[in-house]
Design a protein around this ligand. Structure first.
Ligand code: AMP
Ligand code: MG
Length: 392
């Protein structure tokens, strides 16, 4: 049995960034990071663009200009302006090649086909230059840029439809247990609805992972071994729940031994989640989490979270920990450090009733875990406690 900090250290040391690329439709790439620099295929703007509704001019020495036509946004016809000539123009329209300023319509007096300016504009005023945002062939966005809505809009404005992004890990979730029934079916006596995979899948989706497959197996040795062999060979990360304790029908440990998984640790001195295993086969990482749902989710946030952040090359690997004042008292039974389901609001934290590792009801309304170290056996009201903030 190892300590929590040693387990965390081993995960940080073992997990490594995937650093593989994947081509994705730009429209589906939100949250991904660019694998390589993106060069612009066009100048943006692709032509000299009017920034105003007004008049494009070929400047001359007087304030009077002759109006010779109109250019709307989207018009493709080319107008030639001689000095002293103007064209009615609208925002986003192409400025004539010889146009060298646009004046706002508010600063012009119209008199038939003549216009008179209030004052002479500066050269190139209200004209967005060709390639002002980016020039054709230049780097539009750098490798590593996170694709947020604005970045997706920007690349779309360059006509780009596909991007090379850092691949996210391919993750398999395996639930084990004879007692498990899929929700939506009737519940025979002795059975329970399988909930760990829905919970872990959503915890991963919340972190923007999207290549997730779900698997289940009964408590029988060979099918467990064969399924684990298959998922270990086709995923970057495998998360198993249940079957890792010492019961007569817990076959995960035996299967992993036969599959020659490198075991980095098994059993962590903590509550909940003591029977936690972390291992590896070639480049595939593996966590076997306890079956009890609250224990499984706690282990996910404290341990699996670190591995997936590292695989994504993130700088911050752990969930934020802050100090908060407890609204409740708590007495710890036994020595093991404990993670307690809690609600955090503005520097105060309430430790909830119902800390059993089998109970999701409490976890369902929690947004934090209070950490009680080994040497602390009691929390009094108003004590400052270490509080781990869960992802929102
Ligand atoms: P185990 O770790 O397999 O001994 O399971 C511990 C407890 O968690 C048992 O009460 C199981 O029925 C329950 N359990 C295991 N896997 C799941 C699951 N996928 N969904 C809901 N409960 C589970
Ligand atoms: Mg079981």
């Amino acid at each position: 049995m190892i300590t929590i900090s040693e387990a965390i250290r081993l995960i940080k040391h073992t997990a490594s960034p995937l650093l593989k690329d994947r081509i994705k439709p730009l429209i589906d790439s939100e949250g991904y990071e660019l694998y390589r620099d993106v060069h612009s295929p066009i100048h943006m703007p692709p032509f000299r663009q009017s920034a105003m509704d007004g008049y494009a001019l070929n400047l001359h020495a007087h304030l009077d200009y002759t109006l010779i036509g109109e250019i709307k946004a989207g018009d493709g016809h080319r107008v030639h302006l001689e000095p002293g000539e103007a064209v009615r123009i609208f925002t986003g329209a192409a400025v004539p090649e010889t146009g060298n300023a646009v004046v706002m319509q508010e600063k012009v007096t119209i008199n038939g086909t003549k216009i008179t300016l209030d004052e002479t504009p500066l050269e190139n005023h209200n004209i967005r230059p060709l390639g002002a945002q980016v020039k054709k062939g230049d780097v539009a966005l750098k490798k590593g840029t996170k694709l947020r809505p604005a970045a997706i809009g920007y690349l779309t404005s360059l006509g780009i439809t596909k991007v090379s992004v850092f691949k996210k890990p391919r993750i398999a979730i395996v639930s084990t247990g004879n007692e498990l029934i899929k929700a939506g079916h009737s519940l025979p006596h002795g059975k329970i609805y399988e909930s760990n995979s829905a919970m872990l899948q959503n915890a991963l989706m919340n972190l923007k992972f999207d290549d997730i497959s779900l698997h289940s197996v009964e408590d029988t040795y060979e099918p467990t071994r064969d399924l684990l062999k298959l998922v270990m060979s086709t995923n970057d990360l495998v998360i198993i729940t249940g079957g890792i304790s010492v019961g007569d029908y817990d076959f995960v440990g035996k299967a992993l031994t036969e599959l020659k998984i490198v075991e980095h640790f098994y059993k962590v001195k903590q509550k909940p989640g003591k029977p936690l295993l972390f291992g590896q086969k070639e480049n595939t990482l593996l966590f076997a989490l306890p079956g009890n749902p609250a224990a499984a989710l706690t282990c996910f946030y404290i341990y699996v979270y670190i591995a997936v952040q590292k695989m994504m090359n993130k700088g911050t690997l752990e969930l934020p920990r802050i100090s908060a004042q407890s609204n409740s008292s708590f007495i710890k039974k036994g020595e093991r450090p404990q993670f307690l389901k809690a609600i955090y609001t503005e520097n105060k934290v309430e430790i909830l009733e119902g800390q059993s590792s089998a109970m999701l009801q409490t976890f369902a309304v929690s947004n934090a875990l209070v950490f009680l170290p080994e040497d602390v056996s009691k929390i009094n009201i108003n004590d400052w406690v270490e509080t781990i903030l869960l992802p929102v």
